[in-house]
Design a protein around this ligand. Sequence first.
Ligand code: GLU
Length: 476
Amino acid sequence: MTVRVRLAPSPTGTLHLGTARTALFNWLFAKKEGGTFLLRIEDTDIERSKEEYIKNIFDGLKWLGINWDESPTIQSERVNEHKKIIRTLLDKGFAYRCYVSEAELDEMREAQKRNGLAPKYDNRHRNLTPEQESEFIKVGREPVIRFKISDQKLISWNDLIRGEMNWSGKDLGGDMVIARRAPANSIGDPLYNLVVVADDSAMKISHVIRGEDHLANTAKQILLYEALGLSIPVFAHTPLILNSEGKKLSKRDGVTSISEFKKMGYTSEAMANYMTLLGWSAPEGINERFKISEISEIFSFKKVNKASAKFDWDKLNWLNSQVIHEMPAETLLENLNPMFKENGWHLPSKEWGINLISLIGPSMVLINDGVDQAKPFFEEPALSDDGRKQLKVKEAAEILNFILEKLGNSDASKFSKDEALDLINQATKNCEVKKGLVMKSLRAALFGTLNGPDLIQSWVLLSRFSKDRARISRFI
Ligand code: GLU
């Protein structure tokens, strides 16, 4: 079978983590099977769909390394095809016009609620006579179009992830609306389940891979495929992504869109790696730190869990730090330098920048950490509590004075690690203190705090701007 899969995002918001994960599973499967991965923009909700969201979705997918084949299908451009299919269903008696008003529907649901029943349309207009229809039209009622769903119908499919699935027609909410209200001589806006079947069929989609929140839709869509005599694709329903409390990940969890993760300093490689692990388990012998191109050679739905996947920030952070630590300093600098420039920070030389990155890179988890950690090299840092305390130690001023005098008017641009170490040793001897005290006092004066990367290397970098002297002189 030629594999053709698709991602069908609605551009009513930015690219959501769940949609991106669905995209990834589609893409991995297509690559593994030598198939085609397509995009369809489901923009039929004209009011909520926005051009900027389409751009955000395209950008997010490209950033993650998920490329699509062929140009995207735009659902709204196919509305005439959708209406043609609805007409066929009406002509063949699979669908009918239903004139029940919203107030009557509310009343029906209220009664069901009172009797402890699940809300369900009771199919009351399924068999209207032409006379009854004309009566409704005469009084100005506009109908929806409903597709008949028999309570007795059993629907089964073999899901690539969930195995054999069975649904009963009686659990699908009654006859399904496939077109919105419109005058009786026309066809209103076609609705989701109908257009998805029409488009998946026109795009010759072989496998529909999407979130398990679409299970009931799949049952309904299979009924439409059958009524229209179209071949039914294979289905795979991916597990939901839950937050740390076990609830469906939603906007309330803060970050859910791919562009936000990017803004926070996550790398595309770690994101793609982590999202693959949200539901898919690496087979034995495969490390959890991988590139998606490697996984595309071995991906299979057999290793996708049925159980929901819990979002684990620690794991994502670990993967991100791995990616950052594996990055050549030059690449990391290329990522960070635009952010440095935005802050008005300019590298004295590329070599200096690479040395800075080599110094701070190993403790970075997020790309943006590089900005925080580089800051004290460009801007005078505020004194933290521990720094202030250290500088109040009685020998601190003497130590700093000694170092400053020794530095004298020497050429700051030539200051080396050996000289720095030698100065620290001299100060230790001269002031008759422990070396640790010298190091701590110096660090506090230079960087405002007692924590940070290697002091000698940091000092040498800072001296390149002669900033060390100015900072030390504040405390003597
Ligand atoms: N537009 C739907 C969504 O974003 C597509 C679902 C499907 O893949 O059929 O949920």
